[in-house]
Design a protein around this ligand. Structure first.
Ligand code: NAP
Length: 313
């Protein structure tokens, strides 16, 4: 089977940590080009704009967008209009209408558009979903706390408008919650803590509720200096479930469930994402679930904004 020839847009942390090694190891894809304003990737054709990559690049089948969300739309639009399949990092775009338009362009152009939620592929997320099926949910809690200076060094876009602030990691928690819960979730209230010199929140507290009225609290914090906490807890009529370490560990009633190590090791999430992308291309389908994005947008709509001290990196 011919390899899918991919071009990568935005050479930053996630491109280096995940996409480049994965594309180089993948049995389905071949990394042939990159777009970067400041960086170069060895062994592929390098361009400084998406337009130049699409016009002058080696024949591409797919474009992988891993720049910040504020510039996702233009890159993905150009790629879809040029007849390429698109893999897009989370958070999807700067606005929900942009995601709607990309979905439509992919449909009309008969291209695959994969709006990814990488944490849904974390090792224990499907097990958690399976365990929750058929149990009655009584309550849930998200605690998502990390040190922005450690995890997002130099990423000034994160605190600019459209950068999502603490929801850049927080949307991962919501993507997992909305995958494992058997019921739809709504935003009931939200409070965003926004540094005086920033446009996006550095911390936020949300109250969500399921369609049957079960409350879910969510606390997001970017100024947490200890070891990161990425936990989701769900109380049910059949016990308490906890997903910790960003979906890597599953415990029931305080007992950690043991599983054999994943054969793809540290790259398991992105291996599966790329496998799924190849499957979607082969099937001529797209996969876009806007739910986590809509919930974060709703939290901005419904939320109150509390100014807090300046943030200096
Ligand atoms: P990053 O380190 O800041 O890299 C983003 C890259 O995008 C930059 O290095 C830059 O590369 C390019 N870019 C293009 N236009 C830009 C603009 N206007 N402002 C800033 N950069 C621009 O960020 P990242 O951590 O890789 O995250 C990128 C996306 O991936 C985000 O949506 C994030 O949520 C998602 N993500 C990140 C991780 C992670 O572990 N960091 C994990 C999963 C998903 P050039 O200078 O080369 O153009």
């Amino acid at each position: 089977v011919a390899l899918i020839r991919a071009g990568l847009v935005g050479i930053g942390k996630v491109a280096r940590d995940q996409h480049i090694p994965l594309l180089r190891a993948s049995p389905h894809f071949e990394l042939v080009a990159c777009t970067s304003r400041n960086n170069r990737v060895d062994g592929v054709a390098n361009f400084t704009t998406v337009e130049a990559m699409l016009a002058g690049g080696p024949g591409l089948d797919a474009v992988v967008v891993c720049s910040p969300p504020q510039v996702h739309y233009e890159a993905a639009k150009c790629a879809l209009l040029a007849g390429k399949h698109v893999f897009m990092e989370k958070p999807p775009c700067a606005t929900t209408a942009e995601l709607g338009r990309l979905t439509e362009l992919a449909r009309v152009g008969k291209r695959t558009f994969f709006q990814t939620w990488h944490m849904r592929y974390a090792p224990r997320v499907s097990d958690a979903k399976r365990w929750l099926k058929g149990r009655k949910v009584l309550g849930a809690r998200i605690v998502w706390k990390e040190d922005v200076r450690h995890w997002h060094p130099g990423q000034s876009w994160i605190f600019q408008a459209g950068g999502f602030g603490v929801f850049d990691p927080g949307i991962n928690a919501i993507s997992v919650l909305t995958k494992i819960l058997p019921e739809p979730v709504f935003v009931e209230s939200a409070e965003h803590f926004v540094p005086e010199n920033c446009q996006a929140p550095i911390a936020a507290n949300l109250v969500l509720r399921t369609d049957s009225g079960v409350k879910i609290s969510a606390a997001f914090d970017f100024l947490y200096a200890g070891e990161a906490i990425w936990d989701i807890e769900v109380e049910t009529d059949g016990g308490a479930l906890k997903l910790s370490f960003a979906g890597a560990v599953l415990s029931i009633d305080g007992q950690r469930l043991e599983f054999p190590p994943h054969k793809d090791g540290a790259y398991a999430e992105y291996m599966q994402l790329y496998r799924r992308f190849a499957e979607l291309i082969a099937a001529g389908e797209s996969e876009i679930d806007a739910t986590p994005f809509r919930l974060v947008a709703d939290a901005f709509l419904a939320g109150k904004r509390t100014p807090v001290a300046r943030f200096e990196e």
